[in-house]
Design a protein around this ligand. Structure first.
Ligand code: UDP
Ligand code: MG
Length: 228
């Protein structure tokens, strides 16, 4: 179906990259990173937008960064990203991590200190890490996370929300075939990441079945704890 994608990636010209750096690139004293996970349609993006308003986080959605790269004229990765997303698969981590790293760099250059109470860059990384290799590599190379915010609801609710969103989102993967595949990937590939962070006591689970503002109220309780 998708032959030699990894080889294609190895051969492709690299994404714009920054100079070599000490690992991890961003020290914990400089940035606070919260990973935001949960099934497709669980409400990650919606809740992140509300947190941005309250705490001045920079919201980086891995899916949005991948879609922007997919649509960037002359991107070497456009077709590859499109295929992975439509199939509900996880894009090879090198691409996603580099996009996140570049986005964090851009934020830190443009608005250091501004609106961040403790002077640290505050990042909500939405929809990432979805696979163990991404989690380990990001923490080793880019920076350590402070918390995994984990939104949970049942599959019927997620399906309903995704189909509703699909009416206007224009997303290639908000259709029933892709959604089913995304649910499988979530269970098989992303749940182990959440279980991994649970072992370190880093997961705050929030039931995202209720109305948006109710979920937001429950979310700020756990975020407040991390930021103080
Ligand atoms: N994706 C990926 N790696 C990531 C994050 C997202 O490959 O680290 C791809 C994956 O195919 C996923 C799609 O992007 O199904 C959409 O992700 P997004 O977070 O936008 O979807 P949501 O869960 O918010 O519906
Ligand atoms: Mg999203």
């Amino acid at each position: 179906m998708v032959p030699n994608l990894l080889e294609k990636i190895a051969d492709a010209p690299r994404l714009p990259s920054s100079p070599k750096h000490e690992k991890p690139k961003f020290a914990k004293e400089k940035v606070t990173v919260i990973f935001v996970l949960g099934g497709p349609g669980a409400g990650k993006g919606t809740q992140c937008s509300l947190l941005v308003g309250k705490y001045n986080f920079s919201h980086l959605s891995a899916g949005d960064l991948l879609r922007a790269e997919q649509d960037r004229p002359n991107s070497q990765f456009g077709d590859l990203i499109r295929t992975y997303i439509r199939e509900g698969n996880i894009v090879p981590m090198e691409v996603t991590i580099k996009l996140l790293e570049n986005a964090m760099d851009a934020v830190l250059v443009s608005k250091t200190g501004e609106g961040w109470g403790d002077g640290r860059g505050r990042f909500l990384i939405d929809g990432f890490p979805r696979k163990m290799d991404q989690a380990l590599k990001f923490e080793e190379d880019v920076c350590t996370s402070s918390l995994v915010l984990f939104f949970t609801t049942n599959e019927e609710t997620m399906l309903e929300r995704l189909l509703e969103r699909g009416k206007t989102s224009g997303r290639d993967d908000d259709n029933i075939e892709s959604i089913k595949k995304r649910f499988v990937t979530y269970k098989e590939t992303t749940m182990p990441v959440i279980e991994y962070y649970e072992k370190f006591g880093k997961v705050a689970e929030v039931d995202s079945s209720p109305a948006v503002d109710e979920v937001h109220a429950a979310t700020i309780v756990v975020v407040d704890k991390v930021l103080t």
